[in-house]
Design a protein around this ligand. Structure first.
Ligand SMILES: [Zn+2]
Length: 104
């Protein structure tokens, strides 16, 4: 077993999502520390970060590549409107402010 990624409290919701994504690619993985959130406040803060672990060391490099790809895609998803310069999140296909389309 090898650790793939440590999540911050802010992106801990992503942990389950990434686990699903990896499992869809045939990478067996598990999340550690997740259950400790129930005890938050009773254990040292730093030990509460959820960690994504890959079960089989041999597929770790592939899992890492998938993860990096996913993060890259997520970053690229945010865009700036060419019409008014508004910063927009990936889910918007056009600017909510001036209506300019993403591909304009
Ligand atoms: Zn705009």
């Amino acid at each position: 077993m090898k650790k793939l990624h440590t999540f911050t409290l802010a992106d801990r919701a992503e942990a389950g999502l990434l686990k699903e994504l990896l499992e869809r690619e045939g990478v067996a993985c598990l999340i550690r520390n997740e259950q400790l959130f129930a005890a938050l406040g009773e254990i040292p803060f730093l030990e509460c970060f959820p960690e994504l672990w890959v079960v089989d060391d041999e597929v770790w490099p592939r899992a890492k590549a998938l993860l990096e790809n996913w993060f890259k895609k997520e970053e690229a998803a945010a865009w700036r409107c060419a019409g008014c310069g508004e910063d927009l999140e990936g889910q918007f296909g056009s600017c909510w402010r001036c209506g300019t389309s993403r591909n304009a």
